[in-house]
Ligand binder design. Structure first.
Ligand code: SAM
Length: 257
């Protein structure tokens, strides 16, 4: 099952674009919103993204000796939570959690924020593409990706890369917007996504288009069952998922067997 079209076009939200143009377009989106990214997440979701991310870290249950990479880690919101969980569990010194993102701007905002909080040693920062990760085979015990898989050009390639860098027995966790499964909520959510979100994007981040892209890219992303099938096809076994908030988001889990 491949999302690579023979004609070498793909989608950027609802637009059809040349495959090799998409990564640059996605990079522009996050360059533009990086300084306001975390504030926008709180405003858009009413803070609910924090609950979803906390549930992801609960599912991960990180342990101090583990090598963990958070791909498309952006401003390190998830990696910081993993680090905090390890410290709270008594591991003041643990292996640094690796944050990998294609966008240096997002990593820069995250690094500054962590320095402000006095977190210097707990995280390491790598600029890299989820489709061609700059890590050797079997490097990590766990791979997490939150709200990132939707943005890559070839989801199947990114999933195969996740498997490649995981050690046998390693855990894969993906938190992503998904398909709403509750009637009525789906209609309300559509109105919110296509009317309120772009307005909020314009008002707070000064970028309407970035939030139109967000709403559209969510609709183009594979639904819960399809993503399970794509994970299995990429060699991430025992794939399962759990819906959050009626399927607005879902947490997919798999293992390199
Ligand atoms: N994981 C963070 C979070 O949950 O707050 C950031 C999510 S943000 C919506 C998506 C991130 O994916 C951006 O930082 C963007 O730069 C990154 N990204 C997009 N395409 C990527 C790719 N091909 N490889 C790595 N990162 C990518």
């Amino acid at each position: 099952m491949s999302d690579q079209g023979a004609d070498k076009t793909t989608h950027f939200g609802f637009k059809t674009v040349a495959e090799d143009a998409k990564a640059g377009m996605v990079r522009n989106v996050f360059d533009a919103v990086a300084p306001k990214y975390d504030l926008m997440n709180d405003l858009m979701s009413g803070g609910i993204h924090r609950i979803w991310k906390a549930a992801m870290v609960d599912a991960l249950a990180p342990r101090p000796g583990q090598a963990i990479v958070d791909v498309a880690g952006g401003t390190a919101d998830v990696a910081a939570r993993i680090h905090e969980r390890l410290v709270r569990g008594g591991a003041a010194l643990h292996r640094p959690v690796t944050v990998c993102d294609i966008n240096a701007e997002m990593l820069g905002v995250g690094r500054d924020r962590m320095l402000d909080r006095g977190v210097i040693a707990g995280l390491s920062w790598v600029c890299g593409n989820a489709e061609a990760l700059p890590f050797p085979d079997m490097s990590f015990d766990a791979y997490t990706i939150a709200f990132g898989l939707r943005n890559v050009t070839h989801i199947d390639t990114a999933l195969r890369e996740a498997r490649r860098v995981l050690k046998p027995g390693g855990r894969f966790l993906c938190l992503e917007f998904s398909r709403v499964v509750v009637p009525v909520v789906d209609t309300l959510y559509d109105t919110y996504s296509f009317k309120v979100l772009p307005w909020l994007g314009q008002t707070v981040a000064g970028d309407r288009d970035a939030y139109v892209y967000l709403a559209e890219s969510i609709r183009k992303f594979p639904d819960q069952a399809r993503l399970v099938a794509m994970m299995e096809a990429a060699g991430l076994g025992r794939a399962t998922y759990r819906n959050f908030t009626g399927g607005i988001a879902a947490l997919h889990s798999g293992w390199r067997l």
